[in-house]
Write a protein that binds this ligand. Structure first.
Ligand code: BGC
Length: 330
């Protein structure tokens, strides 16, 4: 290598390291402002919002974040994505309390559990911080609006799909994200109501996964051990279907087991393409995030917004993926 080439090489590496370090610092600041002055991070921001999900490190919530960040970028909004790294109600509530103490202009949060979240949401509103619930509503609270799936309807849709897709006696086990989460309860209720008049379909048991694929896999294993007659599963949150699929594959029961899942994250779509998961309920997390930011801007500008904003829900099967070459809008 000549001297000049060596010099270019070293300068190139240095530039890369400086850019990389700055990018990391900036990304980190966007997620946890801490005691930082927001003006230092985005000098020309119009409003400062916080998006608080039940779990940061979750592929489903990353899509909500992606949509919200895109809308924030398009509208000069300083958006912080903060919340528990792994699902934890107390931690989630604490983040909302921190938001109330800080000077944010608006909060977008999952409502999760009406009883526990209503006082905290009302506290924010009383402090002058408007709240929009995303993905899960807290209808008793003073939140200004809800954007997300009609969760009862989505569960009902899962039940009607099970009826339409199967024949003969079905013993179905349900694995749900949490017994305490409002939207999970609605998804179970809608499902049970849909199958209530079908004598050939019987619910064996309902278990909780704490929204982790590992727990869902363990629960599926427990169910198949205790109730070997189980020949169908319904997973009501994004990682449940994946955990169930892992166990069903491991136990070599793919042919004899019908699985209906929730959401369209990549692992679920892969299992559908392989014929392990039979169907999944599509939600619109990207759109929820994008529109939630737009709605919060409208609130800041004193414009009226509808209280309930349901995003589309539908069911898809393997054929839908093959026809559309696997591309699904989020
Ligand atoms: C739900 C989210 C939940 C996620 C868990 C989705 O189906 O809508 O509320 O956090 O699953 O993986």
């Amino acid at each position: 290598m000549t001297r000049v080439a060596k010099l270019f090489y070293i300068v190139g590496i240095l530039l890369f390291l400086i850019t990389f370090t700055l990018a990391c610092l900036y990304a980190n600041k966007m997620h946890t402002l801490g005691k930082q002055n927001p003006d230092e991070i985005m000098p020309d921001y119009q409003y400062h919002f916080m998006l608080i999900p039940e779990e940061l490190d979750n592929d489903y919530w990353r899509l909500v974040e992606k949509g919200a960040m895109a809308a924030a970028k398009a509208n000069h909004i300083l958006l912080e994505y903060v919340g528990p790294k792994q699902s934890n109600i107390n931690e989630h509530l604490r983040k909302l309390q921190i938001a109330a103490a800080s000077k944010v202009d608006g909060v977008l949060t999952q409502g999760y559990n009406d009883k526990q979240f209503t006082p905290v949401i009302n506290h924010l509103v009383n402090k002058g911080v408007p709240v929009i619930t995303v993905d899960t509503d807290a209808p008793s609270s003073q939140r200004r609006a809800y954007i997300g799936t009609d969760n009862y309807y989505s569960g009902f849709l899962a039940g009607t799909s099970l009826i339409a897709d199967t024949k003969g006696k079905i013993n179905v086990a349900i694995i749900t994200g949490s017994f305490k989460a409002e939207h999970q309860k609605l998804r179970v209720k809608g499902f049970k109501d849909a199958i209530a008049n079908e004598d050939r379909i019987h619910v064996i048991t309902v278990e909780e996964s704490n929204i982790t694929r590992i727990r869902a896999a363990e629960k599926a294993n427990k169910i198949l051990t205790e109730h070997p007659e189980t020949n169908a599963f319904y997973g009501t949150s994004a990682l449940d279907g994946i955990g169930i699929a892992q166990t069903v594959v491991r136990l070599n029961r793919v042919q004899s087991t019908y699985i209906i899942a929730f959401d369209t994250i990549n692992e679920t779509l892969d299992y559908i393409r392989k014929g392990v998961i039979d169907a999944t309920i599509v939600q619109k997390p990207y759109e929820m995030g994008y529109k939630a930011v737009e709605m919060m801007i409208q609130i800041q500008e004193g414009k009226p917004i509808p209280e309930i904003n349901n995003t589309d829900t539908r069911v898809i099967h393997r054929e839908d993926l093959i026809e559309k070459k696997g591309e699904l809008p989020q």
